[in-house]
Design a protein around this ligand. Structure first.
Ligand SMILES: [Zn+2]
Ligand SMILES: [Zn+2]
Length: 96
């Protein structure tokens, strides 16, 4: 019987209660992935859900993904699209 909560097995919340069971080890942070955790399996390795998000960015950058800061030079003003949709509207009005 447990000397903290006087139960066997322990009440949940008792410091002596066994933690959730470890299922895998996270490749990214080296912590346990335990029962109830969401995780990713990739290339034979296991990652916490949130670790995988960080890791996936790094993997994609290694694979050639480019991260940059948006600047005014990159603005695509979409003028062609605006022109075309306006033209379509005018055509529709004429037909109607
Ligand atoms: Zn206990
Ligand atoms: Zn992790």
């Amino acid at each position: 019987m447990c000397e903290m909560c006087h139960r066997s097995p322990c009440l949940s919340g008792c410091p002596n209660a066994p933690g959730p069971e470890k299922v895998h080890t996270c490749k990214y942070c080296s912590e346990d992935i335990v029962v109830g955790d969401e995780y990713f399996e990739y290339d034979g390795e296991y990652y916490h859900d949130e670790c995988f998000a960080d890791c996936a960015v790094e993997l994609l950058i290694e694979a050639g993904a480019k991260r940059s800061t948006a600047s005014e030079d990159d603005i695509d003003d979409g003028s062609d699209y605006l022109y075309e949709s306006r033209r379509d509207e005018m055509l529709l009005e004429r037909c109607g």
